[in-house]
Write a protein that binds this ligand. Sequence first.
Ligand code: SF4
Length: 443
Amino acid sequence: MKYFIRTYGCQMNERDSEALGAALEKAGFLPGSEEDSDLLLFNTCSVRDAAERKAKGKIGYIRKLKQKNPNLIIGVTGCMAQRLGEELLKELPHLDFVLGTGQMQRLVPLVNEIAADRRRRVETEPSVEVLESMGDHDAAPSWHGQIAITRGCNRFCSYCIVPYVRGREISRTKGSIITEAKELVAKGVKEIMLLGQNVAAYGLNGDTRPPVSGHSPFAELLEEMNEIPGLLRIRFTSPYVSYFNDRLIDALKNCSKVCHNVHLPLQSGSNRILKAMNRQYTAESYLAKVDEIRAAIPDVTFSTDVIVGFPGEEESDFLMTREVMNKVGFEQAYVFKYSPRPGALSALLADSIPDAVKEERNQILLGDLKERVVQKLKSLKGETVEVLLEGVSARNAARWSGRTSTSFVVHFEPDANCCPGTLRKVRITQVNTVSLFGELHPE
Ligand code: SF4
């Protein structure tokens, strides 16, 4: 039997799809296309209404494939599956199953059961066994691999439905993560991205309070990962700022393989809005943490997530966000226009900010970001940086690209020794508004 998985949403979903595909292949399925597969799986996202509408539209459209092939099995998994459950089966009569986020380990048996009796099913009860299913990977991964270390979230930010659709936070054992990392390295992976809704809460066993000073199981995990021979780089996303304590900063400073780029979601620079979002920090404490990290790792770069147009966001609140963003000097930012999600607490508030205002605020922040990045890129001209080679540039087949530890992408003409997943030095010779260009140092 052949399978095809279409993925929507975040890196966690991409990683889940890789694990689901690997589990199917272990069970004898072969990868196919949307047209020739016997199993079509939609791994969905609920973070925004648009993501759900897009997935439902696509699933509706492939009804015609079922008319051609009545044995075709169509399933939905991921956050939308968890959120809507039975409702999806009612809405989409050609759908065979809905598999929740805490039931991934049930995919293969479920598909076999449906193939045998053609009964439609919904399985959305959360279970800790899902942790066991998170370690499967592609048989031949590239130089980059991802490992999900936690599942779910305990923070309950008022705009977010993750705690409801992915459940409470659970962590995998350190041993299983290290084993998985070593297996990936043995297959040629050189850089590993550790994933979790709040990675810095790793190993806190459901404790909803940030770790105390001097204690960070996540820092211990990074230190052990740092010792894996053959692994060149470690990245992670995303840590909640209040969990980023002194112990974790020390680990970042001392672990040579941990990249100097921190994705630290800000969401708003206004304390009033942060409170309404149920974010457990203030603009001042956020800035203090950035200073602390920067003092320990002077070349660190920061990226962030920001929401504009949260209910009740006044112009003055927005200007505070703008100010904090400019003070930090983020090198990358994902700015989202607020949209209410049914089930999240903020959906009870009136979505009071007109779309045009949200768009205007979005454009202002993106404009600031662009200006800052141009200045930052210009400052790198003439410097020699170390990059991990990623392969041929997406935009110019004559060039290769590589990424610095601080997450800047550099393009250059390759030499005969270029190989994805190796570290090389490049001298920056040219800069435009979005990219760095350089000359590769001979080996
Ligand atoms: S930390 Fe907040 S925004 Fe992030 S996943 Fe958890 S509830 Fe959602």
